[in-house]
Ligand binder design. Structure first.
Ligand SMILES: Cc1ncc(COP(=O)(O)O)c(C=O)c1O
Length: 435
């Protein structure tokens, strides 16, 4: 039998250092509802799952109630007479959404959900012709994107197995290098119709070089679109300046707008008003000023609003507005600065924990190649089981992606240094050291 290890603190980083950092560098946690802990010795959860579902801003409930109240008082007249009239309800969301992703207001709209938007945008921007039919994605693309592009290939009568190219990291590496993508585009780009990548990869947390890959894809004659589910509200974006053709993102992760919240869509100015682009239409695709003339033929505006189809769900728009106001008030540059500090702190603590345990961080170490998330690969046992134990024994909420990844996202709006400390402390207590 081995002699027991001498008693030692689980982490060399002291807990009160985390508290000191929180005092020096506070976020905006007070503006959010933080769930109670499910276990452990602290009352609140250490919530590191904002990359999956962001926390509820305290302001959201009252804003929603105000919209419900307008409906109860005004009935159908709320379309024009509500304090925030429903007919143009999406319009005030456009400018803050555009600021968030570095776009012009005419290029940005909040509508539908993410995969739906990707499909509607692919109707316009995936146009296979002659030998140029391929769609390039990451091998570790979120499955919804993989299913979406495969179904688009089938929709065009193409074989998805031949049409969809899945880029893999080099053997022994966890993440794609920019040159893996640009190299493929330089070599095979004349066969590529569409590049559709995740700006920040959902699994590894890698931030791709969006401007470099966009430039390489366009130089090869392809259209370049981005799924920004894990990038919007996480990293600074300049979609207009980078020349991105189109993009879509959800609002339920870093944008804290609630489960299944409405998504965003971006179409670059150079495509707006182009009558040669196919688009699916409904009554919200036509210009607002003549919508109620009830004519049989649409007159779409030269903005991304032309990609809208139906009248929007008002009670889903309020939470997005509340969230975007918060991002405007705090500002992405300040959030990114705090995010870099928080994630670097978590990384430092994880370095200690992983040194003698079967755990490895697979997210790039270069802060410019990642957002706030760090992903841990579990060398032994089940990721789901580990996430469950972290939650029930320590009140640490993270999420598992089978078979072997647990993801931790210190979100700069509401996560704390102490949350990061709790993650490392809980891992140290839960995963046995090998020496
Ligand atoms: C990267 C990415 N793409 C697409 C989706 C699917 O989004 P939705 O269900 O809103 O269409 C998700 C959901 O988490 C995601 O993380």
């Amino acid at each position: 039998m081995n002699a027991p290890h001498p008693a030692r603190p689980r982490l060399s980083a002291p807990e009160d250092e985390a508290h000191r950092r929180d005092a020096d560098d506070p976020g905006h946690r007070h503006l959010f509802h933080v769930p109670p802990a499910d276990g452990g010795r602290y009352p609140e959860a250490a919530y590191l799952a904002g990359n999956s579902l962001g926390l509820q801003p305290r302001a959201t409930r009252d804003e929603l109630l105000a919209d419900l109240d307008a409906w109860s008082r005004l009935g159908v007249e709320g379309h024009l007479e509500a304090e925030r009239p429903w007919l143009p309800y999406h319009e005030p969301l456009t400018a803050p959404a555009a600021r968030l992703v570095g776009a012009l207001p005419a290029e940005t709209v909040v509508m539908n959900s993410l995969t739906v938007n990707l499909h509607l945008l692919m109707v316009s921007f995936y146009r296979p012709a002659g030998p140029r039919t391929r769609i390039v994605i990451e091998d570790s693309a979120f499955p919804s994107d993989s299913y979406a592009v495969r179904s688009q290939a089938r929709f065009h009568g193409l074989d998805p197995d031949e049409t969809v190219v899945r880029l893999r990291p080099r053997p022994g590496e966890d993440t794609l290098r920019t040159e893996d993508v640009t190299g493929y585009l330089a070599a095979e780009g004349d066969r590529v119709a569409l590049v559709l990548l995740g700006g920040v990869n959902y699994l590894t947390g890698e931030l791709l070089d969006i401007p470099a890959i966009t430039a390489a894809g366009r130089a090869a004659g392809a259209v370049v679109g981005w799924d920004l589910a894990h990038a919007a509200g996480n990293v600074p974006l300049q979609l207009h300046e980078w020349g991105v053709d189109f993009a879509a993102w959800c609002s339920y992760k870093y944008l804290n707008s609630g489960p299944g919240a409405l998504a965003g869509a971006f179409v670059h100015e150079r495509h707006l008003g182009d009558p040669s682009l196919p688009r699916f239409e409904g009554w919200w695709s036509t210009e607002a000023a003549t919508r109620f003339e009830m004519t049989p033929v649409s007159r779409p505006p030269a903005t991304v609003d032309a990609w809208q189809i139906s009248n929007p769900p008002i009670f889903s728009m309020g939470p997005v507005r509340t969230s975007l106001e918060l991002f405007d008030a705090v500002g992405m540059p300040a959030l990114r600065e705090r995010s870099l500090r928080l994630t670097a702190y978590l990384e430092r603590l994880l370095d200690e924990v992983t040194a003698d345990r079967p755990l490895a961080v697979v997210t790039p170490r270069d802060p410019h190649r990642r957002g706030c998330q760090l992903s841990l690969r579990i060398g032994a046992g089940s990721a789901a089981e580990l996430a469950k134990r972290l939650r029930h024994e320590h009140g640490v909420v993270a999420d598992a992606r089978e078979p072997d990844i647990v993801r931790f996202a210190p979100v700069p709006l509401y996560s704390t240094y102490h949350d990061c400390w709790r993650v490392a402390d809980a891992l140290a207590a839960t995963v046995e050291a090998t020496s």
